[in-house]
Ligand binder design. Structure first.
Ligand code: PLP
Length: 391
């Protein structure tokens, strides 16, 4: 057997083998395990989107290879959506490229700009694909800590000048997974200035701009003046339209970056199944009541979770966006030992913060993407096990 390539060996080790084993043991022993660990919408894709896909499935034109950059109609639907939702003007021909889910583009963007040894600025805790894509391209992630005292925003002034000069890309993600933090336009404006000063391409992951509560409307990075000259934004129909299984997203923004990503991808994949692109168009261009409904559902679950956690002793503000809660573990536990305690004692699975990087130590993440009764059941069991917690 040839040895596994160094780039794969360089990927971070899988941390949760022990926790996985515990879950399997519990299930084998007949315990009804409830997972609060998975960030994947539990509701089905809205009917009008599924119906459109059903109709398009019978069009033989869609049975052939798609264009690798995306159907003109799909790229126009993304551009029109940006204009309506954010007031951002995009040229669908040069400033939008389709992706097989935004994860695919996030994983591939480093291949476009990062040479072995190059630096990429990566938020920690963060979506693991930012560091993973960087490492696969031979680059070195420089971690930007996201800490509660800074509202889980990176402190750009803490990045050493020589690191900033070396950096090719900066990943950002607001509303944020896993911390549920949000960023405002003034923060994005400082990012644009920083990127200009140090010649860095900003890669903003906007997967959660449509999952928000209490009237809050998260901004796009591309709304900020100059953003389109320094970066791109990754977007996706996965979270707003319950379409994680369909695989369709986009990168939008700086035309040369979009072109290079499209060029790389034309050597790797052959685009997104056109029926899936038609379904995404139906999501972006169709009635948006489904979005209001799913957000109302997550808000109800969020409020149940916040009330239950406060009763147990957690001090927290309800998150304004995303379907996550990012919480400190009680005194005496690490992220892993607390997760193990919850599985052992309550059959409840949460994600240890260390799964999102070293600055996730001391935290755990709860996802609201499970039926409301199951969420209530999980909190009932947690209360019984934990009583009142201290920190
Ligand atoms: C869910 C998620 C995505 C979206 O992934 P898709 O590949 O578009 O399904 C991207 N970024 C973050 C941070 C996510 O949590």
């Amino acid at each position: 057997m040839p040895e596994v390539a160094q780039r794969v060996k360089n990927l971070p080790p899988y941390l949760f083998a022990r926790i996985e084993r515990l879950i399997e043991q519990k299930k084998a022993a007949g315990v009804d395990v409830i997972s609060l660990g998975i960030g994947d919408p539990d509701r089905p894709t809205p009917e009008h989107i599924v119906a459109e896909a059903g109709r398009q499935l019978y069009n033989p034109a869609h049975h052939q290879y798609p264009s690798s950059v995306g159907m003109a109609a799909f790229r126009k639907a993304v551009a029109d959506w940006y204009a309506r939702r954010f007031g951002v003007v995009l040229d669908p021909g040069s400033e939008v490229v389709s992706l097989i889910g935004s994860k695919e583009g996030i994983a591939h963007i480093a291949w476009c700009y990062v040479n072995p040894g190059d630096t990429v600025l990566v938020p920690d805790p963060g979506y693991p694909v930012y560091a993973g894509g960087t490492i696969l391209a031979g680059g070195e992630p420089y971690l930007m800590p996201l800490l509660p005292e800074n509202g889980f925003l990176p402190r750009l002034e803490d990045i050493p000048t020589e690191v900033a000069r070396r950096a090719k890309l900066m990943f950002l993600n607001y509303p944020n997974n896993p911390t549920a933090a949000v960023a405002e336009r003034d923060f994005f404006a400082t990012v644009v200035a920083f990127a200009r000063e140090f010649d860095i391409i900003v890669c903003h992951d906007a997967a959660y701009t449509e999952i928000a509560y209490d009237g809050y409307r998260p901004p796009s990075f591309l709304e900020v003046p100059g953003a389109k000259e320094v970066g791109i934004e990754f977007g996706s129909v996965s979270k707003p339209y319950n379409m994680t299984g369909w695989r369709c997203g986009w990168a939008a923004g700086k035309a040369d970056v979009v072109e290079v990503l499209g060029r790389l991808k034309s050597n790797i994949d052959s685009g997104v199944f056109q029926v899936v692109q038609c379904a995404a168009i139906a999501g972006l261009s169709g009635p948006q009541d489904c979005l209001a409904e799913v957000n109302a559902l997550y808000k109800k679950r969020r409020d149940i979770a916040v009330a239950a956690l406060r009763e147990m002793g957690w001090v927290l503000n309800p998150p304004r966006a995303t379907f996550y809660l990012w919480l400190p573990v009680p005194r005496g536990y690490t992220a892993e030992s607390f997760a193990e305690h919850l599985i052992e004692g309550a059959g409840v699975v949460v994600t240890p913060g260390t799964g999102y990087g070293k600055y996730g130590a001391g935290y755990f993440r709860i996802s609201l993407t499970l039926p409301t009764e199951r969420l209530q059941e999980a909190f009932g069991r947690m209360k019984q096990l934990l009583g009142r917690v201290t920190f």
